[in-house]
Design a protein around this ligand. Sequence first.
Ligand code: GDP
Ligand code: PGA
Ligand code: MN
Ligand code: MN
Length: 590
Amino acid sequence: MTNNKFVINWIEEMAELLEPSEIMWITGEQSQLDQLKEEAIKTGELILLNQELHPGCTLHRSAVNDVARVEDRTFICTEDKEDAGPNNNWIAPEEMYGIIKPIFKGAMRGRTMYIIPYSMGPVDSPYSKIGFEITDSIYVVLNMDIMTRVGRRVLERLGESEDFVKGVHSTAELDDKKRYIAHFPEDNTIWSVNSGYGGNVLLGKKCFALRIASHQGKNEGWMAEHMLILGIENPQGEVKYIAGAFPSACGKTNLAMLIPPEVYRKKGYKVWTVGDDIAWMHIGEDGRLYAINPEAGFFGVVPGTNEKSNPNALGTMEKDTIFTNVALNLDNGSVWWEGLDSNPPENGEDWKGDAWNGKTSKEKGAHPNSRFTSSARNCPSISPHWEDPQGVPISAILFGGRRAKTAPLVYESRDWQHGTFLGATMASETTAAIIGDVGVVRRDPMAMLPFCGYNMGDYFQHWLDMGGELGDKAPKIFHVNWFRLDENGDYMWPGFGDNMRVLEWILNRCENKVDAEEIAIGYIPKAEDINREGVEEEVSLSKVRELLKVNKEEWLEDVENIKEFFKPFGDRLPVEIKDELNKLEENLRN
Ligand code: GDP
Ligand code: PGA
Ligand code: MN
Ligand code: MN
């Protein structure tokens, strides 16, 4: 497949360690992928769904102890512990290899070793980067084929270069006590073992495109961020792009695929999807910030997806989709999940494969972190510019999380430095996307806490440096919260398509078309400037006022929590960020 001696040497070394009985290069040809799919169906690794209802679609069930990312088993292995920072689990590279090599030794005995050459980003983009994933899982091969660009064309682009990321994955024995997701950012290497769950094993995604790439971006002057990218087309046909960082399972995919409410559609507004999880951003020739989506598909949360909340996601998963950990309807070979409709199968199997009657059972049919893997090309709202090699120019950046209280519906930072502070102090309630407790508020800067491949103090500095370079061409930075609750524990804001109303205010701010009120935390909208025209679920003006309310007591509690969070960063925390924190506290006390 290749004459690249760096690739060949590395693969020989890995084959010697892993001792597979066969080696197969993934070429990107459909016939090869079809054959692998057939093999996985034979062994039960994939379940073929009703092909009339779901053409090309299959269901995969992961092991019951292997259903989400494992942050406590994820490591950043740098020579110096300080370079990984207090935000990461750290083990020195030599020591980690000492732990992990014996686990990998002979792990592919009797199995096939698949070699996947892949590109993060369109193969012809100057911003794309190349990786290899060695794996013993067909599920991984088929997912990587959807999520990235794989095969021969990638090797052609690489040529003789040594510039590629070396990833090795083995499901081994799926022993969760010997599960390691280990990153070596100083040698562009990723080793993942004893897991079969997407975020731990699709090495192009979180491991490369965020953890390794954030480290590369810091050194090379660009940014790898946990962000969706969308375009809003106004009635004049102009498109403005927004990037947004929300933690896992906090609404990126839904916002990226937003369908504007009818009043907007009638006027001629349209939303285009560019990416739903990761943005790589560079400063373009004109001095503006440009973003590419390094992925080629979506690995989206399934539960809660329905005709009303996200029809574009449903459209995307109509064909050629791999479902992971949803419920199966045995009567018609279809799939079901919580929140799809009120008609769960009576004769079904839950995500674990146990007999399940959705009408009577109190157990969930789908795992809360069940996922769909679909090609971006299948998305009805995919942007005509989603594969532009130079990316799309970003007008606004959003930060947001799940906050039952404290954070208002939307507010704007005073400038880039203050915006960086908003990102650095983001918080959100934990979700099912990570193994551990759900619903606990934790600080998650830029939604990158689990994904920043280096010391986050340095990462904040990198944000400040990028802002310095962008100057007055920098995107404006906002904070949003769709998840505020009322006293009964119900969401106060309808969310989903109606988030368009907030995006409209944001774009109006970018174009200086609307005023705002400056308060302690930044600029907040006047309630009457949030467009309530035709809102389906009655949102009164006083409710919007409630959604925008800032309670100083709650905010001062947050300030204390932020101080605690920043402590371990010591001198690596930029003074600008400390200044902003002092300013916030002062503003709140006045
Ligand atoms: P991602 O993991 O960040 O891409 O998040 P998703 O877009 O997949 O959404 C995760 C969960 O949050 C799903 O169950 C959605 O239904 C729910 N969600 C997304 N957007 C909203 C919103 O605007 N309001 C509310 N209440 N829930 C939302
Ligand atoms: P998400 O992606 O952000 O769509 O949840 C997976 C993850 O972050 O684990
Ligand atoms: Mn994510
Ligand atoms: Mn998502």
